[in-house]
Design a protein around this ligand. Sequence first.
Ligand code: FES
Length: 238
Amino acid sequence: MPALTSTASTLVRTCARQQLPAVRASAAAMQKRSVTEVSNTSSFDSPFKGGTGASTTKIPNFGQYRNRGGETSNKVFQYFMVGSLGALSALGAKATVQDFLVNMSASADVLAQAKVEIDLASIPEGKNVIIKWRGKPVFIRHRTADEIKEAENTKWEALRDPQPDSDRVQKPEWLIMLGVCTHLGCVPIGEAGDFGGWFCPCHGSHYDVSGRVRKGPAPLNLEVPEYSFPEEEKVIIG
Ligand code: FES
């Protein structure tokens, strides 16, 4: 049996050797034919296929992607978009700011309190009236002729907060000022103290008949608010 197997193997090898040249020739022919077919049917034109002096730079043609309407129509569209977005943004910003300001502005009842009108005819000479304005007391004093004289003749240059009486009143007979002590904010008492004006009992500050500090820890004169006389017997504070 081994001898038979060996004989068969030798026979197969001999046949293969005899047919090898024919097989090689056939394979070469097939390869040549397929290369020829590919080169005839392929649309790809490689820039690297060689050739002496041939340019290797090949730029594709993008003509079919170009805008047919020209450069102007493109720019018009861009300007339109930029303008529209800008206008929309400006409108949004305006609405936001407007809402914010409306929310922050004072309501009608607060505005009503911003100014106070007082009838001066009801305040006799030599008397004080205290009214409330913006949550603070306001002193209105109808001064007598003697008080006016005393206030005007005081040597104000030497005072702690030097101020002439004429700078503190619009009409000499009407002294109008905030009733808040300039030390720590107590409400002074009228017609009291060493100078016949106001006295703050909290820490002992004395103010004269013009509301100027004359003694005690208060650093400044009583503050004069904004006011005007729209009529002879009327004052508007604020
Ligand atoms: S608060 Fe008026 S003297 Fe101090």
